[in-house]
Design a protein around this ligand. Structure first.
Ligand SMILES: [Zn+2]
Length: 445
């Protein structure tokens, strides 16, 4: 493939990401998801994860559990082998209206050779280096890492390719540009049917990005719980979700209700469709978990530090004022970064759910729990597949619901009959159900 072909290919593929970026920037939740197969690309993932991985590896070494990672699957991952003015097995990609300059080799952090991209005259698009697709095992979990230094925030996305030629992008995270070398590290699972993948570390604004020392390793053995699990989480605190609680309770299931606390105090995001504070207290008394969904339901990455902290810390305090200790947080619009995560930890939250699509395993990051979104266009068969997959792989599937109304015009709603069907199926298959907080408590990281 010559350079132009590869550029065209990336441009074509990345059109999906453009849409995601546009949606991500949109504060209107309903617009975020209409026609959006993946409300799921909206999750930002912090990279300050090395500490936890180190702790986890140490803990495992101490307990003599062996799940050492395998070889690095990326060819020429250290970029030492050149082929003309690019590293062997690597390509350059860009799309949109920008001027990108690719340089190789440039001085690296841990190695002699790194790759650099400088972007000027940016108005749209992005630029990236990416490695030749590698084969994936859909049953495996992988750990990706690289080192980078950038003047602006950059994005890391894994692109999975399917046998029918289609692709799917899963956002792995944002690396905040500080001008310092940083390691980005995360684990992820492979969607059903994926045959190969590459990782795109993209720069989508004026500035520079230097990358090096890439690694993808299979985690072996795959991490599993003792059995598959399902959680029922409901976002925003809709009264219709409250009205549907008997469907769950009749089956002995306890849900997690993510409340926008400003709607209770009257200072924030007030909506007459939401539950009252008396109802929230009652839900907690009935044994359901109350999670924070922030105070005002704003995209936290767009706020000042003070505003962001207020959304996270005060929402916890407001629930505490009602006698509720919230340890779970659901990111409004699924957006977050390392500072938001640090604030959540300081505030005393134990875990958080984003809107990226997928399953959780014991090695999942507790502040980056993937979920499956049940919307007005989600069929029962699809949900059944998610549950079957969680049971077969002994993974945890977190279902995310919003309104429980038979509504034709709102994507964030489903007929409560569907909820009943799901509950019946879970009971029939004797699938373990946990609240979000109970699931988080079972994670190893
Ligand atoms: Zn929400």
């Amino acid at each position: 493939m010559n350079r132009n072909e590869s550029l065209d290919l990336m441009r074509f593929d990345l059109s999906k990401i453009i849409a995601h970026n546009v949606m991500k920037k949109n504060q209107n939740e309903s617009r975020v998801s209409i026609g959006n197969v993946s409300a799921n690309s909206q999750c930002f993932f912090p990279f300050a994860r090395l500490f936890f991985l180190t702790m986890m590896f140490s803990a495992l070494l101490l307990t003599k559990v062996s799940w050492a990672t395998q070889e690095n699957l990326i060819a020429n991952a250290s970029l030492e082998k050149a082929k003309g003015n690019v590293p062997a097995h690597w390509s350059r990609g860009q799309w949109g209206d920008l001027k990108a300059t690719f340089e190789y080799p440039v001085a690296g952090h841990a190695s002699k050779r790194a790759m650099k991209i400088s972007v000027k005259s940016f108005s749209s698009g992005d630029a990236k280096w990416y490695f030749k697709d590698i084969q994936v095992n859909p049953k495996k979990e992988y750990i990706f890492s690289n080192w980078s230094k950038s003047s602006v925030s950059t994005e890391v996305t894994v692109k999975f390719n399917f046998i029918n030629g289609s692709s799917k992008y899963v956002w792995l995270g944002t690396v905040i540009g500080t001008g310092e070398w940083k390691e980005f590290k995360t684990s992820f699972a492979v969607p059903v049917g994926a045959v190969s993948m590459t990782v795109l570390h993209t720069i989508g604004q004026n500035g520079f990005l230097i990358v090096e020392n890439y690694s993808i390793q299979e985690v072996s053995p795959i991490s599993r719980f003792s059995e598959g699990m399902v959680s029922f989480t409901f976002d925003d605190g809709f009264a219709s979700a409250y009205n549907s609680l008997p469907i769950l309770e009749r089956a002995g299931i306890r849900s997690t209700q993510a409340i926008i606390t400003g709607s209770l105090t009257g200072e924030g995001y007030v909506n007459p469709r939401y539950v009252t504070k008396e109802q929230v207290k009652e839900i907690a008394k009935r044994g359901h978990e109350i999670a924070s969904h922030s105070r005002s339901h704003l995209s936290l990455v767009k706020l000042t530090e003070v505003q962001m902290q207020d959304e996270i810390i005060r929402s916890k305090q407001e629930l505490a004022n009602f006698g509720i200790i919230a340890t779970s947080f659901m990111y409004p619009f699924g957006t977050y970064n390392e500072e938001i995560e640090a604030t959540l930890k300081r505030a005393g939250y134990a875990g958080a759910r984003c809107s990226n699509q997928g399953y959780a395993t014991p090695l999942s990051d507790r502040f980056h729990i993937l979920s499956q979104n049940v919307n007005s266009n989600t069929s029962f068969n699809t949900i059944k597949e998610w549950i079957d997959k969680a049971v077969a792989e002994k993974w945890w599937v977190v279902l995310t619901f919003h309104r429980q109304e038979k509504s034709t015009d709102n994507i964030f709603s489903n007929d409560p009959i569907l909820l009943q069907q799901i509950v019946d199926y879970v009971k029939l298959k004797k699938v373990k159900t946990v609240t979000f907080g109970q699931g988080v408590a079972m994670l190893k990281r």
